[in-house]
Design a protein around this ligand. Sequence first.
Ligand code: SF4
Length: 218
Amino acid sequence: MPAPEFPVFIPFAISQHPATGPALHPASQAAHRDARIVSALERLGELMRNLTWDTGAALGLSPLQVQLLSYLHGHPPLTAASLARHFHLTKPTVSVALRGMEQKGLIKQTTSPVDGRVRDLIPTAAGRKTALKAASHLDALLPLLATLESRERDSLFNLLYQLLDAARRQGLIQVERMCATCQHYTTRKDQPYCDLLHTRLTPETHRVDCPEHEERRA
Ligand code: SF4
């Protein structure tokens, strides 16, 4: 049977810690560092959700519309299907959010110049203005990062990149434009190297949303 497209759920037997149960249970956190990591990530996720809600309330948008408009801004023409893939949502869910944005005059749909059957989503002039504000919904994290030493931020990015790549390889998330899946990602003298930008990639300069990304050919 083919794997379900959306969403992917991890069975309890896999997600729970073998010794103590769910990672978010205080007993697990008292006993296991990994459970404490999960708990810290959950709290940061809550912070990001709150920031998204607050931005949406200020702009008259739902949290999902804030995310969609942020992503539409600064990315090549996208379709409802590509947004659904990126945000791990069903197409009807995305379509409802897009319809609301269209009614507010923030986006319009045009026939793709590449494929007449495809409808590209384009922000309007008003949409681009709102998108600028929407795209800053997580900027409150920047001063928090500034409380860490520069080398600590390098390490943090490297670890987050590895975690994200592990989630991608397990099919838990789509990360379309990261170095790990790029045709231009190679090695030189055993070091990661980008043969498009002609530059060595250090752990902190890998990209997770690179405009030059080209899907690796099989
Ligand atoms: S083009 Fe971008 S994504 Fe591809 S390897 Fe170079 S830096 Fe990474």
